[in-house]
Design a protein around this ligand. Structure first.
Ligand code: GDP
Ligand code: MG
Length: 148
């Protein structure tokens, strides 16, 4: 069944010039982009987005990193979207991520791991609603056959 998930190309990957390559991997995996933009997080945005991690030892480093530069956020649709994207993204620590995953290819360490992928459908919806208004979500079918 087609479902939705949310992703963030994180500041290290945007600054490194990997946005296009990462989006290519996501599209090649069969996802449709339903909303996307370049933006940034301030400290309040990061605290809200990572509320579950507040109080953890890495929270300060995570906040500093996520507010350090531009990010690209996207709402993705695909078969079994949450789990498929997490498989493509790989383990949290890029050094432990499988060959061919986005984090293995573009991440550096536990903090600078290139990309976020939601961990369940409920959190995905909360997360994309932090960045997108209803009217920014593109519901029209723009697959190649729609031009025939
Ligand atoms: P994810 O779902 O794989 O992104 O991992 P989590 O939800 O557990 O953590 C959120 C983000 O916090 C990760 O993507 C990392 O950027 C960062 N993070 C998680 N655990 C650690 C840690 O032990 N040390 C550091 N420095 N960063 C961490
Ligand atoms: Mg997580």
């Amino acid at each position: 069944m087609k479902t939705r998930t949310f992703t963030i190309i994180k500041p290290d990957a945007v600054a490194g010039g990997y946005t296009g390559k990462i989006l290519d991997m996501i599209l090649a995996d069969g996802f449709t982009i339903r909303a996307m933009k370049m933006t940034f997080m301030n400290r309040n945005d990061a605290a809200r987005f990572y509320a579950v991690h507040r109080g953890k030892p890495f929270f300060e480093a995570l906040s500093t990193y996520m507010t350090s530069g531009a990010i690209v956020v996207a709402l993705l649709e695909g078969e079994d979207a949450v789990d498929s994207l997490r498989r493509l993204v790989g383990a949290t620590d890029p050094r432990n991520a499988d060959e061919g995953t986005i984090r293995r290819m573009f991440g550096t360490d536990l903090t600078r791991n290139a990309i976020h992928a939601s961990d369940c459908a409920e959190n995905a919806e909360k997360e994309w609603k932090q960045f997108f208004d209803e009217k920014e979500i593109v519901e029209v079918d723009y697959s190649p056959c729609s031009f025939e």
